[in-house]
Design a protein around this ligand. Structure first.
Ligand code: NAD
Length: 269
């Protein structure tokens, strides 16, 4: 299959890598092309160490360029900015054949809103991959009221072809994962705020008591508390007061305590 990925950052380079490992031809459209190519090559070297790919053969199928007119699938993974995504998707659609499938890797934006400027909005679907893409097995397949059955079927085949498990979600704020995950994270922060337990003990309770691989506060530190706050604000605006960000989260972000990337969040890193 001929695949194009727009945006070769953290997610886009991982998405490009998994299609290359599967044997597809992949074009990556990315202003910082050299960096993205290096990221993909590094990822392929890891895949090779696990016996999954011949990195030279896979890299020979990678092109760093604008979306080609004969791409069959385009996955958009530019930053989480609705106006940017709408423009990028419309530009891609104008180059493509009528049959090409368009996908967005947005983690929270409405697929219907991103599709609104397209000539054929029904062919945009959400393919919400998880970080790191080569390791995480889940993909949320986000459909709108306009998604035809054949578009969903093609998306399911793409996901299964990558050896991943797809769950189908109707286009709604936060899909399934962010909506539930953020709610748990916000409540955990409220519990720290109220002095119910320490961050460490809340996380231990959820890992040992509920079998979560990681507690909600450590996970928030890894994702970035600024990212968490932005998603909470979006869900608060869309879904109401149960997503209201706790004061402690706002204070930490204002103080530059963003989690692992700044060296301090609920934990010292
Ligand atoms: N990071 C995560 O954990 C995660 C998980 C799931 C989904 N997402 C979603 O994936 C998308 C990308 O996130 P990311 O973490 O990879 O971001 P990132 O900042 O690492 O990568 C974005 C890339 O897009 C490039 N870009 C910017 N403008 C562009 C343009 N006009 N054309 C082509 N490329 C352009 C940037 O140079 C950058 O390399 C976002 O929508 C995000 O919400 C992220």
């Amino acid at each position: 299959m001929k695949v194009a990925v727009i945006g070769g950052g953290r997610m886009g380079s991982g998405i490009a890598q998994v299609f290359l490992v599967r044997g597809d031809h992949v074009t990556v459209q990315e202003p910082l092309a050299e960096q993205a190519r290096r990221r993909i090559a590094d990822g392929l070297a890891v895949a090779a160490s696990k016996g999954l790919a011949d990195p030279d053969e896979a890299l020979a199928r990678l092109t760093m360029d604008a979306v080609p007119a004969d791409a069959e699938l385009v996955v958009e993974a530019v930053p989480e900015d609705a106006a940017l995504k709408i423009r990028i998707l419309a530009e891609a659609e104008a180059r493509l054949s009528r049959d090409a499938l368009l996908a967005s890797n947005t983690s929270s934006l409405s697929i219907a809103e991103l599709a609104a400027a397209l000539d054929r909005p029904e062919r945009l679907i959400g393919l919400h991959f998880f970080n790191p893409v080569p390791v995480q097995r889940l993909v949320e397949i986000v459909v709108t009221a306009a998604t035809p059955p054949d578009v969903l079927e093609r998306a399911r085949r793409v996901v299964a072809g990558l050896g991943k498990t797809g769950v189908v979600v109707n286009d709604s704020p936060g899909f399934t994962t962010s909506r539930l995950g953020v709610l748990l994270g916000l409540e955990a922060i409220r519990m720290v705020e109220e002095g119910v337990a320490s961050a460490e003990d809340i996380d231990t309770a959820m890992t040992l008591g509920y079998g979560h691989p990681m507690g909600p506060l450590r996970l928030g530190d890894l994702v970035g508390l600024d990212v968490r706050l932005a998603i909470a604000e979006y869900l608060h605006a869309k879904l109401g007061p149960r997503f209201e960000p706790p004061g402690l989260l706002r204070e930490k972000v204002a103080a530059g305590e963003l989690g692992r990337k700044s060296g301090k969040g609920f934990y010292a890193w």
